[in-house]
Design a protein around this ligand. Structure first.
Ligand code: HEC
Ligand code: HEC
Length: 378
């Protein structure tokens, strides 16, 4: 409490004294920094509006799935912040959208948002390489281009069991080849014989790089508007730094993009223990747009931010997952210093990282003539 009061007083005095505004500005710049206005692109995949538009159609078109009933957007829908409010995804055979989705093959992880994935890998120093951008909760894939192929090959997410993993891509490319609109679009963007797996990934990635949400109230504050955050939120920001959250959730994305062992409890509704390849280590997720990324963690085991913070409070002392010995907890996790007052102000701060101003266009028609998004009952 004393510490809180002190930091608040310190903060308020810095804000209001006209001669010394600099130290706190510097502090924020160093720990977080602003998101750039646009994302870097790989040398092999320069941006063009036509390419992004083609990528958008592909993102919505269930033609990319084995049974032609599930698209990327099924689990990453703009009405749900390009994520879904499900603990873990329901893929092949599923019906419905987000928390009203039912049946469907269990995908063992919580769907990440595509918003700002254009900046995956961006660290506090401001440099990143889009070709090497880490993807997924366990960083097992790099770049949006490569990632876009994975769900198509996955039996649980889009492929199903009717078509083998080795045959699915050829099947999909042949389907695209048989649709004149796609032939025209691919040729316009990639030249003759443009319908290849690589170009499919490139077009989808180009679209994903347009899904940027960088105007949260925090961003407005970081850009120099001191009134963009309330005093509670500002106190939360200081506490977020001081308690040690920012040691992992630093940089403009509020993530170091590294893997850490937190000992998140298993989600009992999942048939298998998800041990992230035996390591139980998962990537620090962005804390931007937490409104749309609930439920939280790789397995969606927590439904509210308060639950997440209670978890941290307990995990500082001991492992919260019986499969992981306490000694394996990440050093930075053990160093967290939390108290109740700090927790509620931190939650307030985290809510200032939401930005609902992104491209949320609902695509009404896709070149295959199939239902955009597949069986989502819209
Ligand atoms: C059945 C639901 C489902 C479908 C369909 C789906 N995804 Fe995902 N997506 C997920 C889940 C779940 C994760 C997290 C998986 C993991 O970490 O192992 C994910 C992760 C991602 C990520 C990584 C984000 C990050 O920050 O690392 C990207 C990018 C992505 N999906 C794009 C796509 C694209 C493009 C398609 C279509 C080709 C697609 N998804 C289809 C559920 C789905
Ligand atoms: C040791 C590094 C580390 C520290 C310190 C840390 N986090 Fe995390 N955070 C992570 C990782 C890793 C995950 C994902 C864990 C998983 O899914 O199993 C995560 C997940 C989260 C999530 C869920 C986000 C989502 O979309 O699912 C929130 C919210 C969060 N952390 C907030 C905080 C707060 C607040 C603090 C300080 C009290 C904090 N974190 C401290 C690494 C860290």
């Amino acid at each position: 409490m004393t510490k809180n009061l002190l930091s608040m007083l310190l903060f308020v005095s810095i804000i209001f004294s006209s001669c010394t505004p600099e130290p706190i500005e510097l502090n924020i710049e160093n720990r977080f920094g602003q998101l750039p206005a646009t994302a870097l692109t790989p040398i092999q995949n320069p941006y063009s509006p036509e390419k992004a538009q083609l990528g958008k159609l592909l993102f919505w078109d269930p033609i990319l799935s084995g049974n032609q009933d599930i698209a990327c957007v099924t689990c990453h829908h703009p009405s749900h912040g390009y994520a879904e409010q499900l603990e873990f995804s329901l893929g092949v055979g599923g019906v419905g959208l987000s928390d009203s989705r039912r049946n469907g093959t269990v995908v063992k992880r919580n769907s990440q948002t595509i918003l700002n994935t254009a900046f995956n890998g961006l660290k506090a120093e401001g440099n990143y390489t889009p070709e090497l951008a880490p993807m997924f909760w366990d960083n097992r894939n790099t770049s949006l281009e490569e990632q876009a192929i994975e769900p198509i090959l996955s039996a649980e997410e889009m492929r199903g069991h009717q078509i083998s993993k080795t045959a699915i891509m050829d099947t999909i490319l042949a389907r695209l080849q048989s649709i004149p609109t796609y032939v025209t679009y691919f040729e316009a963007v990639f030249g003759e014989n443009g319908i290849t797996a690589e170009n499919l990934g490139r077009a989808i990635a180009a679209f994903e790089r347009t899904l940027i949400a960088n105007q949260s109230r925090f961003d407005q504050y970081a850009a120099g508007n001191p009134n963009a955050l309330s005093s509670l939120e500002l106190r939360g920001m200081m506490n977020f730094i001081e308690t040690g959250c920012a040691n992992c959730h630093g940089g403009p994305m509020f993530s170091d993009f590294e893997l850490h062992v937190l000992t998140v409890p298993e989600n009992g509704k999942l048939p298998l223990i998800d041990d992230g390849d035996g390591t139980f280590a998962f990537r620090t997720p962005t804390l931007r747009n937490l409104d749309v990324t609930a439920p939280y963690m790789h397995n969606g085991v927590f439904s509210t931010l308060e639950e997440v913070l209670e978890f941290y409070d307990d995990a500082v002392d001991e492992s919260q997952n019986p499969n992981i010995p306490s000694e394996r907890r990440d050093e930075k996790l053990r160093q967290l210093e939390l108290n109740d007052d700090e927790l509620s102000s931190i939650v307030a701060f985290l809510r200032s990282l939401n930005d609902n101003d992104f491209d949320a266009e609902i695509v009404k028609e896709v070149p295959s003539g199939l239902n955009p998004g597949g069986n989502i009952d819209l």
